[in-house]
Ligand binder design. Structure first.
Ligand code: AMP
Length: 284
């Protein structure tokens, strides 16, 4: 296998320093593993803009709530490493939980406001877990560019804000959402869906398309668009809606009148899986 496995922070620092001393650029794709085509599209984007790609695989306990799916989160490291190898990834960074979070770990990175909305409202502490681990990954990997998915648009927007606020020297790129043929956004959590839930889950994408079309035809009342999206999702027997929102894409605040850049965002539970999806709409 050509992909090199790195398990300690010290080894990662040395590898990153060597790459930088050779005048090469480092691209980082952070993941929690159980890789799918969405993750691999981020790798492809990173390969276009940097010379050495690091994919981190770390199921970060800090971003899971006490009642969430940390223990059940799907894992398949052998398969992941084969996929990374096939896709030309240079380094797989697989840090150890004990080194990342020693018993007396006491530091965290928190972005205010942006993290209180959408997923932040139903997952308290989640984004603090994300921004803390991403800061630690940036410190270890020293990337020039880090690529995140639009699938988790709020996460990407929060990280962009963190990088700006803390003056971190890394460029954040957002890559488009990769979908199954029926529109369902690829996600490691799709593995939890029963056959019936899997049949119903593409309603998220259909709802976003309905919302986008209404805006395209001139609808500017957020409430109307949200109601139409709700009408697509609600009839699905196994769907339990967490939120359906239309927010300003910059600060994630809800808007009554749609203008400029809007993020249509949905979060819906199907059995054990909490699925999210979104569409960015630019209004002229
Ligand atoms: P995860 O392993 O779920 O934490 O995701 C790691 C990265 O992959 C994040 O930046 C996600 O936004 C991105 N990602 C996950 N699913 C998709 C998808 N279907 N399309 C594009 N990017 C994705």
């Amino acid at each position: 296998m050509a992909v090199k496995i790195i398990k300690t922070v010290r080894e990662m620092h040395c590898a990153a320093d060597r790459i930088r001393q050779a005048g090469l650029r480092i691209g980082l794709v952070p993941t929690m593993g159980y890789l799918h085509k969405g993750h691999l599209s981020l790798v492809r984007q990173a390969l276009k803009v940097t010379d050495r790609i690091v994919v981190s695989i770390f199921v970060n306990p800090l971003q899971f709530g006490p009642t969430e799916d940390l223990a059940a989160y799907p894992r398949n490291l052998d398969r992941d490493l084969k996929l990374l190898d096939q896709h030309g990834v240079h380094l797989a960074y697989l840090p150890d939980q004990k080194e990342i979070y020693p018993g007396d770990f006491a530091t965290s990175v928190r972005v205010a406001k942006l993290t209180e909305r959408l997923c932040g409202a139903s997952r308290p502490g989640h984004f603090e877990g994300v921004t803390t681990i991403v800061t630690k990954l940036f410190a270890a990997v020293k990337p020039h560019v880090a690529v995140f998915g639009q699938k988790d648009a709020q996460q990407t927007i929060v990280i962009q804000r963190m990088v700006r606020d803390l003056n971190l020297d890394v460029e954040i790129q957002m890559a488009p959402t990769v979908r199954e043929a029926d529109g369902l956004a690829m996600s490691s959590r799709n593995a939890y869906l029963s056959a019936e839930e899997r049949r119903e889950a593409p309603a998220l994408y259909r709802a976003l398309m309905v919302g986008q079309k209404m805006i395209g035809r001139g609808e500017r009342r957020a409430q109307r668009v949200i109601e139409a999206m709700r009408d697509v999702i609600e009839p699905q027997r196994s769907a339990e809606i967490d939120y359906i929102e239309a927010v300003d894409a910059k600060n994630l605040t809800p808007v009554a009148e749609l203008k400029d850049s809007i993020l249509l965002a949905v979060a819906v539970r199907f059995g054990n899986a909490r699925l999210i999806d979104n569409a960015l709409v630019h209004i002229k």
